[in-house]
Design a protein around this ligand. Structure first.
Ligand code: G3P
Ligand code: CA
Length: 379
């Protein structure tokens, strides 16, 4: 019987995302053929390039323009973070708080909506999607979240609306036809317990929208991700979602309202338990290759091997080209906002055995992947 990873790979292969020549896993390929590392490399599925919040290195995040650019740059998947409006519609925003990613603060008609909420136990002040109907949110315009880092992206401030999840799926369908390949969608449920407590559960509309778009089956080009294991369990057991699920992990702490830490989940035993309901994990990249105390890139942990042994894929986050996000030894100048050796960083992680990566600059991810594979062929 195929294990979870085989199912995941078959689903991705059926989605047309994996090159057939390199897609077979040992379980699918029959007797082991490898004579050396090159054979193993050829059989591994091609790692996925996931456009993190679209192509957020080049456009304000979570806008249709950002997702479209990611697809045109070659991303296999586009990644919307999902939150709910007051009237229960899923929209793409990084957080329920929208003061930093829209022009809401400049809208006098919404000034009274500013308030403080307890978000996963942390007080947060601002404007929240769940205080706005979809019609009201649609009057807002997106702005660059990191204007000091990505000043060029402020060129697009005020041009784009907040997209609904349905609009992201419509874009995905249109671009898949136009580009002649199936673009995948990789939604994340943001703060699912928080939204459930507000009476706005994310799971029900997520399952409904996926099914309405014929995207809830094992061959669909979809992953659903969450930082809450309980949310993923519910999506599988109660909502009967059939697409592969990915458990996101942080370098420290616990999922909200969960006595188990992320570190507990990442032990070999924890990974085996996870494999009962998820197809993979999305670790913070430093959990795969930590940095040394001086900020340079250290040696890989056992996480790739441990996860693969449990039948789980790994899609770490977040690869960004600017120096400030890179290990010290991959930085090029003292300008924190200038680009460093991001291609080399990604090649290093790809060679460590990851199965995909979230990146703000999908064009760099595509290039790094091609170079990493070319290097394996030449070895
Ligand atoms: O979903 C992968 C990555 O995006 C998780 O972190 O906070 O950027 O959504 P965040
Ligand atoms: Ca995300």
């Amino acid at each position: 019987m195929a294990d979870r990873r085989d199912v995941l790979r078959m689903g991705v292969l059926a989605a047309g995302i994996v090159t057939p020549a390199v897609a077979a896993t040992p379980a699918l390929a029959g007797p082991r053929l490898e004579r050396d590392g090159r054979d193993r490399d050829r059989r591994r599925a091609r790692p996925l390039v996931i456009g993190h919040r679209g192509a957020s290195g080049y456009r304000p995040e979570h806008t249709l323009a950002s997702y479209e650019l990611a697809a045109r740059m070659g991303a296999d998947f586009i990644e919307p973070d999902l939150v709910s409006t007051k009237d229960g519609v899923l929209v793409a925003r990084h957080e329920p708080e929208i003061g930093g990613t829209t022009d809401v603060a400049a809208r006098p008609e919404f000034a009274a909506r500013r308030r403080t909420v307890l978000l996963d136990g942390v007080p947060v002040t601002g404007w929240f999607t769940h205080d706005f109907t979809l019609a009201e949110l649609k009057t807002l315009r997106a702005v660059e979240r990191l204007p000091q880092v990505r000043q060029r992206n402020t060129l697009y401030d005020g041009l784009f609306t907040i997209p609904t999840f349905q609009e992201v799926l419509d874009l995905r369908a249109r671009l898949s036809k136009e580009l002649g390949r199936r673009i995948g969608v990789y939604p994340e449920t943001k703060h699912p317990t928080y939204f459930r407590d507000l009476g706005l559960d994310l799971e029900t509309p997520l399952a409904r929208v996926l099914r309405r778009n014929d995207l809830d089956h094992s061959g669909a080009p979809v992953f659903v991700q969450s930082f809450e294991a309980g949310n993923l369990r519910a999506l599988r057991a109660e909502h009967r979602l059939r697409v592969p699920l990915i458990f996101l992990t942080a370098a420290a702490g616990n999922p909200f309202n969960d006595p188990r830490s992320y570190a507990d989940y990442l032990t070999p035993a924890g990974l085996r338990e996870l494999s009962a309901f998820v197809a993979g994990i999305g670790p913070e990249k430093n959990q795969i290759i930590p940095r040394r105390p001086d900020g340079t890139l250290g040696s890989p942990t056992s996480l790739v091997g441990d996860a693969h042994d449990a039948g789980l894929a790994l899609h770490p986050y977040t690869f960004r080209a600017e120096n400030q996000f890179l290990p010290v030894d991959f930085r090029v100048t003292n300008d924190p906002n200038a680009y460093g050796r991001a291609i080399d960083e990604q090649i290093t992680f790809l060679r460590a055995g990851i199965d995909g990566l979230f990146t703000d600059q999908p064009d760099i991810g595509v290039l790094a992947r091609s170079l990493a594979f070319a290097a394996a062929e030449d070895a």
